[in-house]
Design a protein around this ligand. Structure first.
Ligand SMILES: NC(=O)c1ccc[n+]([C@@H]2O[C@H](COP(=O)([O-])OP(=O)(O)OC[C@H]3O[C@@H](n4cnc5c(N)ncnc54)[C@H](OP(=O)(O)O)[C@@H]3O)[C@@H](O)[C@H]2O)c1
Length: 282
């Protein structure tokens, strides 16, 4: 595994395992398989409703806690200082741990400034090793960055060959904030795995399209968290550290950028409405 250093010196794996849409009854088995394959970064969120099963798998794996990099996220419903502190306690109880490696604000909605102050408190108390945000656009990120006491260490945003987010990643780099790509495969949509350009590059390197995509992320310095149910794909997705994409490959993939998401539009007011309405607990 390759690691990157966050702005506070904490080392984070460059490739991890994503757990969105892994239902609780499948989670424990998936996590045990992923840990068995060598994944050491697990990305979850309170809203994925699978923290308990991830906690059980981590305990059952017998892998020392310090070898596993655990990320969770506070949901919009729990925005605000006190609510976020409470949500954090629930997450670590579910995960059966006494600290998180990374705690993120899941969405830039609700009282996320209150949440950020709570994350700063948790960080200063040593209960989280790093803190950050998800889905923060450039202007929201800059505003938070300017007003934060502890600067965000990670922004987890949608990035894949159809949506490069070059301006946002450049700004984050200037702010010494690591960029983590969610949906690294565009959630499998728009026939990404049979795309002509990606298939041609895959043939050239004798690799799968999935490996070409993950290598592209890696060479751009992005931390990725692909999700798969399949153990053979878990292994395939990890095997990307022994080949190189060249300039020609990058130029070809550049053509695929459509410049916006086909999964979610964070600029749209209906997204703000929908995410504010989505409740994950009573
Ligand atoms: N912060 C946020 O707002 C946010 C939003 C979305 C996601 N995330 C995080 O990012 C993680 C990854 O994103 P995602 O789960 O949405 O989508 P993704 O990783 O881009 O794509 C997952 C899809 O790709 C398929 N797949 C995986 N490996 C493959 C391979 N080697 N060959 C062919 N197909 C393959 C999976 O199918 P199978 O499972 O059938 O193999 C699944 O359909 C999430 O799990 C979550 O942890 C965060």
């Amino acid at each position: 595994m390759e690691y990157t250093k966050l702005n506070n010196g904490v080392e984070m794996p460059m490739l991890g395992y994503g757990t969105l849409h892994i239902a609780p009854d499948r989670t424990k088995n998936c996590i045990l398989k992923a840990l068995g394959c060598g994944y050491r970064l697990i990305d979850t969120a309170a809203s994925y409703l699978n923290e308990k099963e991830i906690g059980m798998a981590v305990v059952e794996s017998n892998i020392p806690r310090k070898e596993i990099f655990l990320t969770s996220k506070v949901w919009v419903q729990d925005a605000g200082y006190e609510n976020t502190l409470k949500a954090f306690q629930t997450s670590i109880a579910n995960l059966q741990v006494d600290y998180l490696d990374l705690y993120l604000i899941h969405q830039p909605y609700g009282d996320y400034y209150g949440s950020w102050r709570a994350l700063e408190t948790l960080y200063q108390q040593g209960k989280v090793r790093a803190i950050g945000v998800c889905n923060f656009s450039r202007e929201r990120f800059m505003d938070l960055w300017l007003n934060a006491t502890v600067k965000p260490m990670v922004n987890q945003i949608e990035i894949h060959p159809f949506y490069h987010q070059d301006h946002t990643t450049a700004l984050l780099r200037k702010c010494d904030c690591a960029v983590q790509a969610w949906g690294p495969f565009n959630e499998g949509q728009s026939d990404i795995f049979t795309n002509g350009i990606l298939t041609e590059i895959a043939k050239k390197h004798e690799r799968s399209v999935a490996q070409i995509i993950l290598r592209w992320h890696y060479q751009r310095g992005l931390i990725t968290i692909p999700k798969t149910f399949s153990e053979s794909r878990m292994k395939e997705n990890l095997a990307i550290f022994d080949f190189n994409l060249d300039e020609e490959d990058f130029t070809m993939i550049k053509q695929l950028d459509i410049g916006h998401s086909e999964i979610i539009d964070h600029q749209c007011y209906t997204t703000a409405k929908w995410l504010n309405k989505h409740k994950i607990h009573d």
